[in-house]
Write a protein that binds this ligand. Structure first.
Ligand code: BG6
Ligand code: MG
Length: 213
């Protein structure tokens, strides 16, 4: 199938590296600091969702809900980000999902263009830390996008930056919101992990690599 496409657009968290747990643990610590518990299934609710929108989801689990001003919300989201940064500060190539380098090399050797469509503002740091930045022909800045996943914007922008049409590209995601985004943008969707809204799903990146080889 690799020869059918000219571009591969990757999500980062939960695809190229297992940072979804670190994101969730940071939210859980924030909730604990605020005096409430976060149930485990919230990990899937915040998958692919922007920092401030994730905060609203997290706050909805407070049994004593409060009104927060925008500035208060920004302060809470910044606190979560600091907790998150502490968890990823020592990330290196060892934290890549197994098979990542081999997959990126395979795509390069087939002259396939590669882009990143991550909602995370920490993505450039992680690409650098994990030493894979040079594989990417385009990295979408989530700040340049008006509507986050599940809207198509970020995947459309990635295709535009690659100078390719969406139907010429594959999108790879671990989040239901991300798969929705890929589908509405018109790329071919591939899921990683457990997803109910995608036909072609692999348990991990290594299994996708084996399929493509
Ligand atoms: C996505 C994650 O990739 O990025 C979400 O799946 C996260 O959990 C979002 O909220 C934004 O990330 P950040 O690092 O900018 O807070
Ligand atoms: Mg993800």
């Amino acid at each position: 199938m690799i020869k059918k496409y000219k571009g591969f657009v990757f999500d980062l968290d939960g695809v190229l590296t297992e940072t979804s747990n670190a994101h969730f643990e940071a939210w859980r610590e924030l909730a604990t600091e605020m005096g409430f518990e976060l149930p485990g299934h919230v990990i899937d609710e915040v998958r692919g969702i922007s920092r401030l929108e994730s905060l609203d989801i997290v706050l909805s689990y407070d049994h004593k809900p409060k009104e927060y001003s925008y500035d208060e919300k920004v302060a809470l989201a910044t606190r979560k980000n600091n907790l998150y940064l502490d968890k990823i500060k020592a990330y290196s190539q060892a934290d890549l999902s197994e098979g990542t380098i081999e997959l990126l090399e395979l795509l390069k050797s087939n002259h396939i263009r590669i882009a990143l469509a991550s909602a995370s503002n920490n993505a450039p740091f992680l690409l650098d830390a994990m030493k894979i930045k040079h594989y990417f022909d385009a990295v979408v800045d989530p700040k340049s996008i008006s509507n986050g996943k599940p809207a198509p914007d970020i995947f459309l922008k990635a295709c535009e930056m690659l100078d390719l049409e969406p139907h010429e590209c594959v999108g790879i995601e671990d989040a239901e919101a991300g798969i929705e985004s890929i589908k509405s943008a018109g790329l071919y969707p591939i899921g990683i992990g457990k997803l109910s809204n995608c036909e072609e799903v692999y348990p991990d990146l290594k299994s996708l690599l084996s399929h493509l080889l």
